[in-house]
Design a protein around this ligand. Structure first.
Ligand SMILES: [Zn+2]
Ligand SMILES: [Zn+2]
Length: 114
């Protein structure tokens, strides 16, 4: 019984669920950019980034994955689209501003929905 339609959002969601779970088992729950730590209750804000930007490239050893918070994940992508030339990594530690009042994730969440 294989009633799955390839390419449907349900299938994609399951696929994403699969590599996300694997990545969360492989890596500590820390954003690779701002080193923000995550716990179970806010784990939804920790996302799996594909280093080669190919979401179908999911090696089991996690070599194509990086855990990033929503904010850094968004940064990571806008960095590539806006300044392709800047391949050099931005020093982590620069973006260590934790603001208690402003929540950057509120807007990002809707942006991530396609
Ligand atoms: Zn981050
Ligand atoms: Zn990404």
């Amino acid at each position: 019984m294989s009633s799955d339609t390839l390419g449907s959002s349900a299938t994609y969601k399951r696929m994403e669920q699969g590599y996300r779970e694997k990545a969360l088992k492989l890596f500590p729950w820390i954003c690779g950019r701002c080193t923000r730590e995550f716990v179970y209750s806010n784990l939804r804000e920790l996302t799996v980034h594909h280093m080669d930007h190919d979401h179908s490239n999911n090696p089991n050893d996690g070599s194509n994955w990086e855990l990033l918070c929503l904010y850094c994940h968004d940064n990571e992508h806008s960095k590539y689209t806006e300044q392709d030339q800047y391949a050099t990594e931005v020093e982590a530690g620069d973006n260590n501003q934790e603001s208690a009042t402003y929540n950057p994730f509120a807007d990002l969440k809707s942006m991530f929905k396609k």
